[in-house]
Design a protein. Structure first.
Length: 273
């Protein structure tokens, strides 16, 4: 049975330069190997409530979901028990947010985007809904591993906009998926191998809308061994460039593999990368 992996990491959230509450929420549990960023939306502090409900649901229910899925028979869906547990808790978060909005009219219409990373053994599950992102720095290459669930991203996929044109658009943050909006939510799940020298960045759009990918890359390279300083610098750059939204950053480095595990990972990398 694969156990949770103790990760290195640092989490930071900042309201940015705009007035009003911070509607982002972050969660990092190094011992459980889990990291989450949620970016809420909705009036009367609804976004703040929705994002808090999302991370609280993950924090409180993921351990039991993992135990349940690891003990259950394999349904043959091609996913690991860890990925099924992640899907389970995000579907529960969707239900919790939706029911809260229905029972408290002042929160009607609230919702939240979310990105989650779970590390176990030498593996990684990524789940996301909306435009919260996950980047990976590996071998001097920064790669965006998630695809935004936005109207603009759909137009890019259809060839209506180029990526550069989309970046200048005023409508780039119209999300097409979020937790808490509908009874059923479509959650994108990915599984991958996590290498010990990787750095994973989970962020709300308040970072990547304000900071170019090349500057994210240079910051992660500069503070490669100081994830707390890297997070602080990324938030500083976003605010220096205008800080037009709340800014959240979680940086994670996978656990250092033991010698035997390291050899196993090296073989996999030789085969697939």
């Amino acid at each position: 049975m694969r156990s949770a992996s103790r990760i290195e990491g640092h989490a930071l959230t900042h309201p940015g330069a705009r007035p009003g509450p911070n509607e982002d929420a972050v969660y990092l549990h190094r011992g459980r190997g889990v990291a989450v960023v949620a970016d809420g939306m909705g009036g009367y502090r609804g976004g703040e409530v929705a994002s808090a409900l999302a991370v609280t649901t993950v924090a409180e229910h993921l351990p039991a979901a993992l135990a349940r899925q690891r003990a259950a028979p394999d349904p043959g869906d091609g996913y690991t028990p860890e990925s099924r547990a992640v899907r389970e808790v995000l579907e529960l978060a969707n239900e919790v947010i939706l029911n809260t909005a229905r029972s408290q009219p002042q929160y009607a219409g609230m919702g939240t985007t979310v990105v989650l990373a779970l590390f176990y053994g030498q593996r990684l599950t990524i789940a996301h809904v909306g435009d919260a992102r996950l980047y990976r720095l590996r071998n001097d290459t920064l790669e965006l591993l998630t695809v935004d669930h936005t109207l603009l991203q759909e137009l890019i996929a259809r060839g209506v906009y180029t990526a550069e044109e989309a970046r200048r658009s005023q409508n780039r943050n119209l999300v097409t998926r979020a937790l808490g909006i509908e009874e059923r939510v479509e959650i994108d799940i990915q599984e991958d191998i996590a290498l010990p020298e990787d750095i994973y960045l989970l962020c709300s759009d308040g970072l990547n809308d304000m900071v170019e990918d090349r500057d994210i890359y240079s910051t992660l390279k500069r503070y490669n061994e100081q994830l707390d300083r890297a997070a602080t610098e990324l938030v500083r750059l976003a605010n220096a460039n205008g800080g037009r939204d709340n800014i959240s950053v979680v940086l994670v480095r996978p656990p250092r593999a033991a010698a035997g595990a390291r050899q196993w990972v090296d073989k996999l990398v030789d085969w697939f990368f």
